[in-house]
Design a binder for this molecule. Structure first.
Ligand code: BG6
Length: 463
């Protein structure tokens, strides 16, 4: 399918944290790759000048990997800034004027979900939604009902093919490699099921806190911030069946089938935690019940996975920053050699961040007279130096109208259906010490297993 490229990028929320941390470095990368030769119009409420915005972009690039003087000069020249209230028709009128001569703008809503609707109506009334595409940030809504409402509002204004629900995890090399590794090799498929897999754990640990984003975080918490989207997407890539073709629709269909098989969570399948000190963060309520940690056990009712627990754990202020998947295989039926062999089952470990590692845990014989085993990893690692930042990859795709790495209406709703029953105060939140693996209660989620698999520092550098 050939689609026409967008010819302007409009960023709502350009003064915000997301733009600073992720979007500006992505824009520089896109310019360097020759993928962003168009006006870039920032919109926000703050009374900034264009120069102030340029300074902020420069600062963000310095912090986020380095300034390329040539690319920065081009980026600066392409930047525009429109200051205005999102509720005010005049903001959209000025944007319309800035878009004169542009045939197909891409609007990126890097703003809180509560104002998506207002912005979309504003764009529609001013005529700036015509032939336009829209990228919508996560979390997509606050729960199932609001996600459905948001989808309705979006689709009143934009055709389905013009809507891009972004989850930057899907633009990560290491995450795409999960799918590639599974379906480009033959050896995995025969054992990738309930007959051989004992359990699957996915841990997303961050050693930092909310980094000044207390106000934003109070609205979301760990479950809405990363579990409903990043973690469930990783789980889907690990657990889905092979798509029948390489087209985006086949891929989306298999992922959706998987989401439909994940049972809605019950309160006894989750433990929520909050790091000590969170309530002292700016923008956080003194009695906040928002979780900065969640540990969950999910059940996937398919012929492939029935009875295999999928565990997800995500938290801030953990001992290290690392995202890792551990697929534990069942033990051999009998211990022919050393008795220890039985408890040391095989596994596959996928380190997704900050390093990228795929390893198979095996037992090999220790040298000597005894038939005694030694745990050894067969390791494949690759370096991500110069990886196109996920946001650059995804925004370039959106500019070209390629939906493959974006979330569909159906799967975003299916993911909320899993999470919905445990949102809010359905379960208590327990305090944990910063620098630990969360509250002790989290152990009960993996009861019967050997416990949580804690990612360790890797021997290799990320790059
Ligand atoms: C974002 C979350 O989506 O992902 C943040 O809002 C989190 O809370 C971030 O820190 C992690 O992404 P990455 O790619 O920086 O590991």
């Amino acid at each position: 399918m050939t689609t026409l490229r967008s010819d302007a990028l409009v960023i709502f929320g350009v003064t915000g944290d997301l733009a600073y941390k992720k979007i500006f470095p992505a824009l520089q990368a896109m310019i360097k790759r020759g993928e962003l030769d168009m006006p870039i119009i920032g919109v926000a409420r703050a009374a900034w000048t264009l120069d102030k915005l340029r300074e902020r972009v420069h600062e963000s690039l310095e912090q986020g990997g380095g300034v390329d003087p040539g690319a920065f000069a081009k980026l600066s020249a392409q930047l525009r800034y429109i200051q205005g209230d999102y509720q005010n028709a005049d903001t959209y009128e000025r944007l319309r004027q800035a878009l004169i001569g542009v045939a197909r703008p891409l609007h990126y809503l890097a703003i809180p979900p509560s104002i998506f609707g207002v912005v979309m109506q504003g764009l529609a009334k001013a005529g700036s939604a015509n032939n336009a595409r829209v990228v919508v940030e996560k979390p997509f809504g606050r729960n199932l009902a609001s996600a459905q409402e948001l989808n309705r509002t979006l689709l009143e204004v934009f055709p389905a093919t013009a809507v891009f629900r972004i989850d930057h995890y899907l633009g990560k090399e290491a995450v795409q490699n999960l799918l590639y590794f599974r379906f480009a090799n033959t050896f995995l498929e025969p054992i990738w099921n309930r007959n051989y897999v004992d359990s699957v754990q996915i841990t997303m640990a961050e050693n930092f806190g909310v980094q000044g984003r207390g106000g934003f975080y109070e609205e979301v918490g760990a479950i809405r911030d990363v579990v409903q989207n990043h973690m469930l997407e990783v789980m889907a890539l690990l657990a889905m069946d092979a798509p029948v073709g390489h087209d985006p629709e086949s891929m989306r269909a298999e992922k959706l089938r998987l989401f439909h098989a994940v049972q809605p969570l019950q309160p006894d399948q989750i433990v929520r935690g909050q790091f000590r000190g969170y309530r002292e963060e700016k923008g956080v309520a003194a009695d906040s019940q928002v979780e900065t940690f969640a540990a969950l056990r999910l059940q996937v009712d398919t012929w492939r996975w029935a009875g295999v627990p999928f565990y997800i754990r995500a938290g801030k202020r953990m001992p290290i920053s690392a995202t890792e998947v551990m697929v534990k295989l069942k033990a051999p039926p009998l211990a022919i050699f050393h008795a220890n062999a039985l408890s040391q089952s095989n596994y596959f470990r996928f380190r997704l961040s900050p390093e990228v590692v795929i390893s198979a845990g095996t037992l090999v014989k220790e040298p000597g007279e005894e038939m005694r085993g030694e745990a050894t990893e067969l390791v494949a690692r690759y370096l991500l130096c110069g990886e196109n930042p996920p946001y650059a990859r995804l925004l370039s795709d959106a500019l070209r109208g390629d939906v493959e790495l974006f979330t569909s209406k159906e799967s975003v709703e299916a993911a909320w259906r899993v999470i919905d029953p445990i949102l809010g105060d359905a379960t208590p939140v327990t305090e944990y010490e910063p620098g630990t693996w969360g509250p002790a209660e989290a152990a009960k989620i993996v009861a019967g297993e050997e416990g949580w698999h804690d990612p360790k520092p890797e021997a290799s550098k990320p790059c």
